[in-house]
Unconditional design. Structure first.
Length: 285
């Protein structure tokens, strides 16, 4: 079992998607909780970031049944993101994977911009130092590029479904033996990562964040079970496509192929040890 933790209203909306699967215990911490329960915790709202930092909630009892493996979701620029460092400190004995959802920073100003800058940078430093098992960066802007026919009314629902699907399947791949191939364990220092959707026809990646200096890239392919059984030469064609991708001793590739009763699909993960800088107009000379 994996414990899923959503901190803040937006992150809780993503975390709640995992309730549809039986392998997760989902904890929601946000200001809309009406009544505290085993899996819901009401976070207080404050006017200033300093008030959040001075009023970190004691969640030790709330998290008493937390699983050893914990995946924490937080959305940048949200006031609730002020709580995340204090909450992570209280569960530091767990295996912690943090998923940071990056908003459109071009139009952020004032306190939200400062919050986003701070949390974005600190979480990466936590990962590099080994305090976190990993931090996964996801950009709302990048997701929007890859989703067709997204409406304003269903904007966040579509983004949240995309994030949930990618993370859930990666968890599935991690705990399932592939039909063939083996995903290499990334180097211990490469704890900053992102995920992407993969076109199984040409192995074209649709990254959910533009990661600078990827070191280890892993490809997960789910191929229809009938194709796996009957299609001759499929494995060689896949491997040949992988060999055409840039790779060297500093940029390693690995893959795994799984069977599915669904249509073919895939995901990919890129790992690095490089701190990802802000990519905004104020960086332009």
């Amino acid at each position: 079992m994996i414990s899923i933790v959503g901190i803040g209203n937006a992150a809780s909306a993503i975390a709640e998607k995992f309730k549809s699967q039986k392998n997760y215990n989902v904890y929601l911490l946000n200001s809309t909780v009406q009544r505290r329960s085993k899996y819901k915790y009401k976070l207080k709202k404050h006017k200033d970031p300093e008030e959040y930092e001075a009023n970190i909630p004691d969640v030790s009892k709330f998290f008493k049944d937390l699983n050893d493996h914990v995946q924490v979701f937080v959305v940048g620029a949200s006031y609730s993101s002020n709580y995340i460092l204090g909450i992570l400190e209280q569960i530091r004995d767990k295996k912690l994977d943090v998923f940071y959802i990056k908003p459109d920073t071009e139009l952020l100003t004032g306190i939200p911009k400062l919050l986003e800058n701070t949390v974005y940078g600190v979480l990466q430093e936590y990962a590099r130092s080994g305090l976190l098992n990993s931090v996964t960066l996801v950009s709302n802007l990048e997701i929007e590029k890859h989703i067709q026919n997204i409406s304003i009314k269903n904007y966040y629902e579509s983004l949240n479904n995309t994030i949930f699907s990618a993370i859930h399947y990666l968890n599935y791949f991690t705990h399932t033996e592939p039909q063939i191939g083996q995903v290499a364990q990334p180097a211990n220092i490469n704890r900053i990562r992102t995920v992407g959707m993969l076109d199984p026809k040409n192995l074209q990646e649709k990254w959910l964040f533009e990661l600078d200096m990827p070191r280890d890239v892993c490809y997960y392919l789910c191929i229809n079970e009938e194709r796996l059984e009957k299609e001759i030469g499929l494995h060689k064609r896949i491997v040949d496509m992988l060999k055409e991708k840039p790779h060297n001793s500093f940029h390693k590739l690995s893959y795994a192929i799984y069977d599915t009763h669904l249509h073919d699909f895939g995901f990919c993960v890129a790992h690095t040890n490089a701190i990802q800088q802000q990519k905004t107009l104020d960086k332009v000379d």
